[in-house]
Each structure stands twice: as structure tokens, then as C-alpha cells.
Design a protein around this ligand. Structure first.
Ligand code: AMP
Length: 380
């Protein structure tokens, strides 16, 4: 199927062609016409399936059908995301496809960790606002933004946005939003929580599920492998794999900021270019490491689960789980950083003997089997 079928504005189609996309992905084929038709949608699709574009295109398309309103501090579209990095990424996707449109559509990302003043100033005239909840509320409290005229609300990584961590902020945001609006929820993982919320939040929604479940399966482009390794041999094994397999771009996940720093430091000391990224770093440092990594100018990025969700890195070939995440869901999100848009990817997981049971639980949830290599059999 070609993009023409999606009935989008010719300039949006031109911008899509400029990205080199040849056919819409399954979620795009299904979601675009529904969103364009102003339906509420719950989209469950594997991470890397092209879900961002599936809401970005119809939202831009719909804005073009509306007469521009006088500029003010009241965006018409609000996209809520769990992390600052994802806010930047999603706003960039909007900007990419808004190029050259007959109507100027202003897009802006707001998030914490950076000075609020420039954001307050620049919010004037913004049509599409991508935000993390906390900063959005701060801006609202300083009267820099008004969300009572929002026509479309998007919750990206919806399960995360609607779980406990964001509960009170989201409740306040919902109070400030108009009752009548289009709701779009996207998530790679669907759980009971979201099932319940779907009933409350969405009006007669269409549920789009791509693939039976969100978990990577055998037909998935991600190749999974694992190593049994003791904690003290993880560092040497990591260096061995990076060198031996000539990995040029590797995303390494740890479960704490402290370990992330330690691992990155050790790699650098051994001549492997590496930086760490986690919630305790300044926003400037976070974004600059991520940008360098995305651009291929940094060989190893060591991260906590901070960037396990939604972050898109073109053709990322390797993900390494230096430490196991607590929840299987986080495992899915982590390995989903590779093998995106059906590129091939390799996810390698380090498991200590003591974690065998926990790891089996993760694999069972993912309905995947993994060949394990005993690192004691390797020389490094
Ligand atoms: P997402 O799931 O939104 O994070 O998108 C994952 C990746 O797929 C991004 O790098 C997009 O640029 C890419 N992508 C989105 N739509 C298409 C398409 N129709 N064809 C090829 N790649 C796409």
C-alpha cells in the first residue's frame, strides 16, 4: 500500500517521501484514517513500529483543515510523555513533517531540568505542545500556558503516564483539560491498568493492536542472546564483547545511576569511548550525550531505564543488559531500542546465577527462548 491511500495533505506526503519511507507501517495504516476522522484511539504497537508518525501525520493534517486562531498561550494539541528526551524526540518528529505546510504550525517541547524562563516566553503562539507533566503544571501555575482549549490529547507511553508515578499530576492535568476532546493513547505494553483507564478516558475508542502482544517474538527482528556471568566478570565481558564483535554503537542498560557511572568510567579508562546518562545528570549533559550517541559520535551510552522508553535511535545495532531490570515490561522496552522499524538488532543480556529464576520469569512473559552462553567457557 502506498501513502496516497492515507489521504494526507500533499505537502505532508512530500515530507514523508523526503524521509525515504516507502510504505506505511501497520499501525500507520490503521491509525491515520481513524485519527483524521477525530476518533478516540488506543494504539498498542511494538516499540519501533512507527507509532509516533501514526499520530503526528493526522494531527498535522487536521490542523490544516482548521482556520488559524489568533495566537495565544492555548495550544490545540497536547502530547504528554514520560521523559524529557522523549519530549524532544516527539517534537522533532512533528517539526520534520510540518515543514513547508501552507499554514505555520508551531511546535514546542517543554520539560524540566532546564530553565523555565525561555519556555515561558516561547510558548506564545504554540499550536502543538509536547510536555512532561511536571513542567506543564509549573508553566500553567505561572500562567504561561492554558490547556482549556486543547482539542486533541495524546498520551505517548500511556501505561507509564497513567501509572502511580504520575497519578497526582495527571489528575490535575485532566481537571484543567476541556471535557470534549479527542483522546489518543499509545503504548507498547497493555496491562489491566490501561484496560480500566481505557473505559474512563476514551469515548467509544477504536483499539488497534499490532501483533498479538507487545512482546518481541520469534518473528521479531531482534536477536536475543544471554551470558551467565558473575558480577565481578561483567566489566571484562562487556569490554571483550565490544572489542571482539567490533561494536560501533552500543546502548548498555544498568539498574542504577551509580553502576551506569562506574561502567562508563571503566570503559573510558580502557580506551572505549563511553558516557553515562541517568536522572542525576544535568539536562544539558543528558541531551548532549544522547545527541552524540544518536549521531554515531559516541560508541557506548550507559543508561538507566531513563531512556528505555520510546527513544528512537536509527539502526541501533546493539543493546546490552549489563544488569537485569526488575520488571519484564522494562526488559521489553530496553531491547526495543534496537531492531526498530524492522532493522535487525541484537540484544545481549548478562545474567548472574542468582538471577536465573527472575530471568526465566522475564523470558516466560516475553514468550521467548534464549540460548545462554556460560562466560566461564570464554577466555577474555
Ligand atoms: P516509532 O515507533 O515512532 O519510535 O518509530 C520508529 C522508527 O520508524 C523511526 O526511526 C521512524 O523514523 C521510522 N518510521 C516511521 N514510519 C516509517 C515508515 N512508514 N517507513 C519506514 N520507517 C518508518
Amino acid at each position: 500500500m502506498t501513502f496516497e491511500y492515507l489521504n494526507l495533505h500533499p505537502q505532508i506526503l512530500k515530507n514523508i517521501a523526503a524521509q525515504g519511507y516507502v510504505t506505511p507501517t501497520p499501525i500507520q495504516m490503521q491509525a491515520v484514517p481513524l485519527i483524521d476522522g477525530r476518533r478516540d484511539v488506543l494504539g498498542i504497537a511494538r516499540t519501533g513500529s512507527g507509532k509516533t508518525a501514526s499520530y503526528v501525520w493526522p494531527i498535522l493534517d487536521y490542523r490544516l483543515t482548521k482556520r488559524p486562531t489568533p495566537p495565544g498561550r492555548h495550544p490545540k494539541v497536547l502530547v504528554l510523555v514520560p521523559t524529557r528526551e522523549l519530549a524532544v524526540q516527539v517534537s522533532e518528529v512533528f517539526k520534520t513533517f510540518a515543514v513547508g505546510l501552507p499554514q505555520d504550525i508551531m511546535v514546542m517541547a517543554v520539560y524540566g531540568g532546564v530553565s523555565i524562563n525561555p519556555q515561558m516566553k516561547n510558548l506564545y503562539g504554540v499550536d502543538i505542545l509536547v510536555a512532561t507533566p511536571g513542567r506543564l503544571l509549573d508553566l500553567k501555575r505561572s500562567s504561561a500556558v492554558e490547556i482549556s482549549m486543547v482539542e486533541t490529547l495524546v498520551l505517548d507511553e500511556a501505561d507509564k503516564m497513567l501509572n502511580l508515578g504520575f497519578q497526582s499530576e495527571m489528575a490535575e492535568i485532566f481537571r484543567l483539560l476541556p471535557k470534549r476532546r479527542q483522546n489518543l493513547l499509545f503504548s507498547a505494553t497493555l496491562n489491566e491498568e490501561l484496560e480500566g483507564i481505557k473505559k474512563v478516558l476514551l469515548v467509544n475508542p477504536t483499539v488497534i493492536k499490532i501483533g498479538e502482544s507487545s512482546t518481541p517474538k520469534e518473528d521479531n527482528p531482534i536477536n536475543l542472546s544471554g551470558y551467565f556471568v558473575s558480577d565481578d566478570r561483567k566489566g571484562p565481558l562487556l569490554r571483550h564483547l565490544i572489542r571482539d564483535q567490533e561494536m560501533k554503537q552500543v546502548l548498555v542498560f544498568t539498574s542504577s545511576a551509580k553502576t551506569a557511572d562506574k561502567v562508563a568510567h571503566k570503559l573510558s579508562k580502557n580506551g572505549i569511548d563511553a558516557k553515562s546518562i541517568h536522572g542525576k545528570k544535568s539536562q544539558g549533559a543528558r541531551q548532549s550525550s544522547l545527541n552524540a550517541f544518536k549521531a554515531g559520535n559516541l560508541r557506548v551510552l550507559v543508561s538507566t531505564d531513563l531512556i528505555s522508553r520510546g527513544i528512537d535511535i536509527d539502526d541501533l545495532p546493539y543493546v546490552i543488559n549489563y544488569e537485569l531490570p526488575r520488571s519484564p515490561k522494562d526488559f521489553v522496552h530496553r531491547v526495543g531500542r534496537t531492531g526498530r522499524a524492522d532493522a535487525r538488532g541484537m540484544a545481549i543480556t548478562f545474567v548472574t546465577r542468582q538471577e536465573t529464576h527472575h530471568f526465566k520469569v522475564i523470558l516466560k512473559k516475553m514468550q521467548r527462548y534464549m540460548d545462554m552462553i556460560d562466560s566461564d567457557d570464554l577466555e577474555f
